[in-house]
Design a protein around this ligand. Structure first.
Ligand SMILES: NC(=O)c1ccc[n+]([C@@H]2O[C@H](COP(=O)([O-])OP(=O)(O)OC[C@H]3O[C@@H](n4cnc5c(N)ncnc54)[C@H](OP(=O)(O)O)[C@@H]3O)[C@@H](O)[C@H]2O)c1
Length: 260
């Protein structure tokens, strides 16, 4: 992602979707890629299919204790870039607002990002003094769902808002040492979105998403957003909350009486 030097990447959630497409592109470029997910067999199959310098690091990002020692346990001694893709999406169907769903999604999408940063930071910071374009880099995959409240997204959207805030604050506290980028994808065709039963405007492939992330991350931006059409549509709607919350979003809600 920066220059031609071989870099060492750690990608969480690399077993499928955007993470897998990133792992495929980066290993094809000749980088070392540590790939994480919960299922060791899935990771082993990924390693076999990609070839190259791809190393499995099976772990559950939501498990604090496992994550604290995960890189040492896999003999990872050097890291340049961490890409935080591990995530789950579960929708809330009223009236079933339950703490278990919120906790499950938050533990993966928010605490999982925190755990991964805690695990990676000692290795990333070891390279202090690297020139700006070569600095270590944390890239977190958030979601445009955190721009506005969306129906059924009480768990997913709030977990993504929390992780984006965490990474925005971390960026300030790591300035000059580690660059931090938050990615806000729109809809990407992956096993996660294959389950969706609603229209997904401007849907793109995981390979397209990975290509955009890799290309844009070279400049170390604070944020990467795509597709721009959906980004601007939602941004403009966020400037008119009355229109979104009183007129448009109730028509999207499945709750009894909504939109009437
Ligand atoms: N697809 C979209 O439209 C879209 C849009 C915005 C943001 N995103 C975000 O992009 C990221 C990648 O999503 P995707 O669409 O590529 O979905 P995906 O294909 O379901 O990939 C998610 C990956 O995360 C791994 N994972 C889940 N829980 C984990 C845990 N506790 N520990 C370790 N790994 C875990 C899964 O592997 P295992 O099950 O093997 O652990 C899976 O390979 C997610 O953070 C998602 O929220 C996606």
């Amino acid at each position: 992602m920066a220059g031609d030097r071989k870099r060492h990447y750690w990608i969480t959630g690399a077993g499928s979707g955007i993470g897998r497409a990133l792992a495929a592109s980066l290993s094809a470029e000749g980088h070392r890629v540590y790939v994480s997910g919960r299922n060791p067999d899935k990771l082993e199959a990924l390693v076999q299919s990609l070839g190259g310098d791809v190393i499995p690091v099976a772990c559950d990002v939501a498990n604090d204790q496992e994550m604290a020692g995960v890189l040492a346990a896999h003999n990872v001694e050097h890291l340049d870039t961490v890409i935080l893709c591990a995530g789950i999406c579960e929708y809330i169907d009223m009236p079933a607002l339950d703490i278990d769903t919120i906790r499950r999604v938050t533990e993966t999408n928010f605490h999982g990002v925190v755990n991964s940063c805690i695990a990676a930071l000692p290795l990333l910071k070891r390279q202090g003094g690297a020139s700006p374009g070569e600095r270590p880099h944390i890239i977190g995959v958030g979601s445009m769902s955190s721009y506005l409240g969306f129906p059924r997204a009480e768990a997913y959207g709030s977990s993504k808002a929390a992780m984006a805030y965490f990474l925005d604050a971390l960026r300030i506290d790591l300035v000059g040492q580690v660059d931090v980028t938050v990615v806000y994808p729109g809809f990407v065709s992956t096993p996660m979105t294959d389950r969706n039963d609603f229209p997904m405007p401007f849907l793109i492939s995981a390979e397209e998403a990975a290509g955009i992330i890799i290309r844009k991350a070279r400049r170390r931006p604070n944020t990467i957003v795509f597709p721009l059409r959906l980004h601007w549509l939602l941004r403009v709607l966020s400037w008119f909350p009355g229109l979104w919350y009183s007129v448009i979003s109730p028509r999207l809600s499945r709750s009894a009486g909504a939109g009437s």
